[in-house]
Design a protein around this ligand. Structure first.
Ligand code: FAD
Length: 296
């Protein structure tokens, strides 16, 4: 079944996100995490696409290896940043040659962080909807897109983000994954607004926080502040790494419970290439005893 079909099916379609490792040690940690999480039989796993040439090559390599050496269904992220249309077609060709059929079509951020000014490549694409169209024109790809429950920092308001998702659906996207969510209500608001317009399953991103400085930096780079009550709970234990991880798991579990109760089609875990916290949340949510399930 395709990713959108899995998201439309009964139950919760769990998925895991990884990033391309920087060195051999990072690569080993990533593969440990992939092997542990593979046992959970996720609907798909995704690998983010970096801003520079070498990390982009690594994204392609890791995604190809997941397709080749595991039982998992890979979702390859792809961004328009710094790439001509020709360069984008080349990467799409590499994915296709590796049998990768699912792509998350993204615009990407200006070099630096989300606070800079977006300038498209002179021979490139300006927005994700154009990349969706390109992918659909190049082959039989299932294309997903990004969604922003807390409103994309460049958008004026939620209405604009809803219009953007409608445009991306009309361009051929058949599912969406959100930025990490720390307030279930913002996710539900966006989901319901889009559901009234298009049949586009939107799966919420969930990140079990394990490191206060890391999440503060990520939220700064994304241009989306964390809700004060989340910051307070993490700050209260900030000096104790074990307690931070426990609170992070607790927060992600509460959010996951609410999302499931409200009928979210899936949960997309941002794993930071580690399995422990994600497995704890997965178990807390009763998403299956999958640890015992044999891997083919
Ligand atoms: P777009 O859909 O193009 O939207 C960007 C802005 O332009 C929004 O304000 C939107 O409202 C507006 N807009 C969109 N289309 C149009 C149009 N046709 N005309 C006018 N305005 C328009 N970044 C990476 O670099 N690598 C990754 O792997 C990566 N993975 C991600 C995964 C997820 C699930 C999410 C949520 C984000 C990810 N990002 C990644 C970050 C993402 O690239 C940035 O948030 C980026 O700023 C927006 O990307 P987008 O695809 O939503 O862009």
């Amino acid at each position: 079944p395709s990713i959108p079909d899995l998201l439309r099916a009964d139950g919760v379609a769990v998925s895991f996100e990884f990033f391309p490792p920087k060195d051999d040690a990072g690569e080993a940690a990533l593969w440990d995490a992939i092997r542990m999480l593979e046992r959970m039989r996720p609907a798909f796993v995704s690998v983010t696409y970096g801003a520079g040439g070498t990390t982009q090559d690594r994204t392609v390599r890791v995604t190809e290896r997941i397709a080749r050496d595991t039982t998992l269904t890979p979702l390859a992220h792809l961004t328009c940043v710094g790439a001509s249309r020709t360069a984008l077609r080349h990467v799409v060709g590499q994915y296709a040659a590796a049998g990768i059929r699912n792509v998350l079509a993204l615009r990407g951020d200006p070099p630096g962080d989300a606070r800079g000014t977006w300038v498209p490549h002179p021979e490139g694409l300006d927005h994700a909807d154009a990349l969706v169209r390109m992918l659909r024109s190049l082959g039989d790809f299932t294309v997903g897109v990004a969604a922003f429950p807390d409103v994309h920092p460049e958008s004026g308001d939620l209405d604009e983000d809803v219009e953007t998702l409608v445009r991306k659906a009309d361009a051929g996207a058949t599912f969406a994954v959100t930025q990490m969510v720390f307030d279930a209500d913002t996710y539900l608001r966006l989901r319901d607004r889009v559901a009234a317009r298009r049949d586009l399953p939107i799966t919420p991103g969930l990140m079990p926080v394990t490191n206060v400085r890391q999440i503060a930096r990520m939220s700064y780079l994304m241009g989306t502040p964390l809700p004060p009550r989340i910051v307070e709970r993490l700050d209260a234990v900030a000096d104790d790494p074990t307690a931070v991880a426990a609170v992070g798991v607790e927060i992600a579990t509460e959010l996951g419970e609410r999302m499931i109760a409200e009928g979210a089609p899936g949960l997309h875990f941002i794993t930071m290439n580690r399995s422990t916290a994600t497995l704890e949340v997965h178990a807390n949510l009763g998403l299956g005893p999958a640890t015992e399930r044999p891997v083919a």
